[in-house]
Design a protein around this ligand. Structure first.
Ligand code: GLU
Length: 313
């Protein structure tokens, strides 16, 4: 049985990018007769207060994108808010610690972003491994004045996988990524760890998400392997861009449901999204159910998709 999921991090009202993701995840799972799980990725509780999650659930229902399991629909894998699943992340962390793969990192943000720091392709800083070399005594000394973050020691190895939509993707973790965070110094668990623990615990077999997370996948595959968990299949889709070619963000108020709802009904929004996705012949309104018959990964482009000006009113 295919199990897909919605995994939003609602830090505001959902925008077209989130809706595109939920639509594709829903269509892909449902077309295969699969189930859908809703999990709220609210690790950053300050940015993701509960009211936004509740609003997101209401909005998804309004659009006709339903789920079988999630907050309020217990399928035996809850809780469905990451903020309530910390002991599970702690247990996974402990397992990695017992394997000798975790070390404390005392580097400050300023140190990490020093001009000399090497950068990854995505502009993130490549961690130079400074604290990897600390002795236990040095680490204990530093821990007296500063709480450490925790990093996973990665090996000089290539991790490759075949994305269902984007094809083969490979990365050498040591060279392209570096030792990555499992827990921040303030105690917040990292997305990379939480998403792996949860997708496995919730029986997710298919992860549909934007291509901005393609390069997170090798890190996640490493964690699946180390934690001895079954990895799902990944389908990364192209991102929606504003008409002038920028990535959509919260600042694009026009792309937020708050504004869209005032102009368009749910089927008008879905039809336009499906048209952008390449599998609906025009921008005509269509329900999620109707789109099931048309959805085809082969028609979805691989390159990012600028939203034509005026398409959403
Ligand atoms: N919570 C993430 C987001 O909203 C999605 C993570 C994922 O799909 O793996 O960007």
């Amino acid at each position: 049985m295919v199990v897909g999921r919605f995994a939003p991090s609602p830090s505001g009202r959902l925008h077209l990018g989130n809706l595109f993701c939920c639509l594709l995840a829903w269509l892909s799972a449902r077309q295969q007769g699969g189930r859908v799980v809703l999990r709220v990725e609210d690790l950053d509780t300050a940015r993701c207060p509960r009211r936004y999650a509740l609003q997101a659930m209401e909005d998804l229902r309004w659009l006709g994108l339903d789920w079988d399991e999630g907050p309020g629909a217990d399928g035996g894998h809850g809780p469905y808010f990451q903020s309530e699943r910390t002991e599970r992340y702690q247990a996974a962390l402990q397992k990695l610690e017992e394997m000798g793969l975790v070390y404390p990192c005392f580097c400050t943000r300023a140190e990490l972003h020093a001009a000399s720091a090497p950068h990854r392709q995505d502009g993130q800083v490549l961690y130079p491994g400074t604290c990897r070399r600390l002795t236990a005594e040095q680490a204990a000394e530093k821990a007296k004045v500063r709480a450490p973050a925790l990093r996973l020691r990665v090996g000089d190895e290539e991790i490759a996988f075949t994305d269902r939509h984007m094809g083969v993707y490979r990365e050498n973790l040591a060279r392209d990524c570096g030792d990555f965070l499992l827990r921040r110094s303030d105690g917040m668990f990292a997305y990379q760890l939480a998403v792996v623990v949860d997708d496995a615990a919730m029986g997710v077999t298919e992860v549909v998400r934007g291509s901005d997370l393609l390069d997170s996948t090798p890190r996640q595959l490493l964690l699946y392997r180390l934690l001895d968990l079954p990895a799902p299949r990944f389908c990364h889709f192209p991102l929606l861009l504003s008409h002038d070619g920028r990535r959509l963000s919260k600042r694009d108020a026009d792309a937020g449901l708050e504004v869209l709802m005032g102009r368009l009904g749910p089927e008008e929004i879905l039809g336009r999204l499906a048209y952008l996705g390449g599998f609906h012949p025009s921008a005509a309104a269509a329900s999620a159910e109707e789109l099931l018959a048309e959805f085809d990964w082969a028609k979805v482009p691989q390159a990012d998709i600028p939203i034509p000006e005026g398409l959403f009113g």
